[in-house]
Design a protein around this ligand. Structure first.
Ligand code: NAD
Length: 490
């Protein structure tokens, strides 16, 4: 693969990555990968099936049993640091792959990967902290000795989406390896190439033992083969709530743990005392960054009645200034939607919104001056009621629903009136109010006077239907560890 660096002039055919090596799939079926901006096909990957997943799980199991589970924490620390170095060295190449797969801005993808090494360095540092405890215990005859030790689960099966492929993989891979697990990854069928190339670089440039990280490309059927596999000891999934529910059921049947990072319909709440310019900037970033294709998209903008009209005027005028175009061009501010089905879904929701009685304040038309077929204008729906479908269902595109509220209690009621609970923004200059509202909002992340913040040190995850478990921070590592309690009669 490495001699075939991707270019839009040729179509590169990739193999699976199993046992540290490129392996052909058991199937002849291929998935075409196209650049969303032009529709040009530039790569194919295998549409892997359960036979490929079998081989990957066996390779992971072998690697785990033949030494990985006994590696010293310092060895894992050094390997994770090596993976961080791979990202530092290759973030430009990998960032370009990400853009060619999902059409997001090159500067955003490169920026994401330039800092992604920190996720591995942080988890490397946690390898040195995997401590148990000595617990004072006794029985009727007297003293006993009891201690706990932290252990990996074994083979982790990971399934990821297309919107930030290597970032979302790394939120899982870094802590899973730090804890001492082996890993089988099924990336999204829309963005399979960056994981294959990343894995290849990791094996070339670090001492990761063969078989510890495996990549099987394919669609939902390959994903199911991972969740159904008896050799997988722990599942971790990022994607839609609908698929997350199925994976949760499967984990329940098999009685294995599943971490689920799912969808959202996050509120950005603008109070009358907010710095309006900053709030508008935050709302623009919240819903139009990454063409609205982020799990934490601030897709419901809740605005106090007394500033509603002024906010909408400013919001519309800033949206109208957003430069749409080629995501490889550094001047572009918003790229296309990632693939045709998603484009259709987003457009359908604009129609649903207007037919429900919302006002199309901006967007919703085909942008005339862009080359690709997959563009949607930044779109603002006003006069939205919170029970409309555009306020309740995840659109995963650049469509903001603006909803008025009368007072703080109503703002909180509306913010929480959703099945989701992933993120929220609060805009106010009153810090007492900021704390009150942050406390009462049912969401895994609340940002005050900013939006879309994350750090490898700070946990993220969903309340309600937005998921189970946490990623990042120490809580993220805990997801990949189980605890053994050892007793001794003295
Ligand atoms: P998706 O659920 O359609 O697919 C995600 C992955 O699951 C893909 O790899 C797919 O092949 C696989 N899959 C599909 N059906 C499966 C099945 N039955 N069993 C096992 N695997 C299966 O999601 P998507 O369209 O790729 O991603 C967008 C969704 O992801 C949005 O809902 C978004 O909010 C969510 N997301 C959540 C977070 C978070 O951290 N909470 C982050 C990013 C994206």
């Amino acid at each position: 693969m490495s001699e075939n660096q991707p270019s839009l002039e040729t179509v590169t055919d990739y193999d699976l990555l199993i046992d540290g090596d490129h392996q052909a799939s058991a199937t002849d079926e291929r998935i075409a990968v196209s650049f969303p901006y032009t529709g040009e096909e530039w790569a194919t990957v295998p549409r892997g099936d359960h036979r490929d997943v079998d081989r990957a799980v066996e390779a992971a199991r072998r690697a785990y049993e033949n030494g990985w589970k006994e590696t010293l924490p310092s060895t894992r620390r050094d390997i994770l640091t090596g993976i961080a170095d791979v990202l530092d060295e290759h973030y430009e190449e990998l960032g370009r792959l990400e853009t060619l797969q999902n059409g997001k801005l090159l500067r955003e993808m490169e920026g994401q990967l330039e800092s992604l090494g920190e996720w591995y360095r942080y988890n490397a540092s946690l390898c040195d902290t995997l401590e148990g405890a000595v617990i004072p215990v006794e029985n009727k005859d007297g003293g006993m000795f009891n201690y706990t030790q932290r252990e990996p689960y074994g083979v982790v099966g990971a399934i990821t989406p297309w919107n930030s492929p290597l970032l979302l993989l790394s939120l899982k891979l870094a802590p899973a390896l730090a804890a001492g697990n082996a890993f089988v990854h099924k990336p999204s069928e829309h963005t399979p190439v960056s994981a294959l190339r990343f894995g290849e670089l990791v094996y070339e440039e670090t001492d990761l033992p063969e078989g510890v990280y495996n990549v099987v490309t394919g669609d939902g059927e390959a994903g199911k083969a991972v969740t159904d596999h008896d050799g997988v000891d722990k599942l971790t999934f990022t994607g839609s709530t609908a698929v997350g529910r199925q994976i949760g059921k499967k984990a329940g049947e098999r009685l294995i743990p599943a971490s689920l990072e799912l969808g959202g319909k996050s509120p950005n709440v603008v109070f009358p005392d907010a710095n309006l310019e900053n709030a508008v900037t935050g709302a623009i970033k919240g819903i139009f960054a990454a063409t609205g294709q982020t799990c934490v998209a601030g897709s419901r903008v809740l605005v106090a009645e007394e500033i509603y009209d002024e906010f909408v005027d400013r919001f519309v005028s800033r949206a109208a200034d957003i430069e749409l175009g080629d995501p490889l061009d550094p001047e572009t501010e918003m790229g296309p939607i990632a693939f045709p089905d998603q484009w259709e879904k987003v457009n359908e929701y604009v129609d649903i919104g207007t037919s429900e009685g919302a006002t199309l304040a901006y967007g919703g038309e085909e942008p005339g001056d862009t080359a690709g077929d997959l563009f949607v204008q930044p779109t603002i729906l006003t006069d939205v009621e919170n029970d409309m479908r555009v306020a309740q269902e995840e659109i995963f595109g650049p469509v903001a629903s603006v909803i008025a509220f009368a007072d703080e209690d109503e703002a909180i009621r509306l913010a929480n009136d959703t099945e989701y609970g992933l993120a929220a923004g609060v805009w106010t200059e009153d810090m007492r109010r900021a704390h009150r509202v942050a406390d009462r909002i049912e969401a895994g992340t609340v940002c005050v006077n900013e939006y879309r913040l994350m750090s490898y040190r700070s946990p993220i995850g969903g309340y309600k239907d937005s998921g189970l478990g946490r990623e990042q921070g120490k809580a993220g590592l805990e997801e990949y560890l189980q605890t053994k309690s050892v007793w001794m009669d003295l």
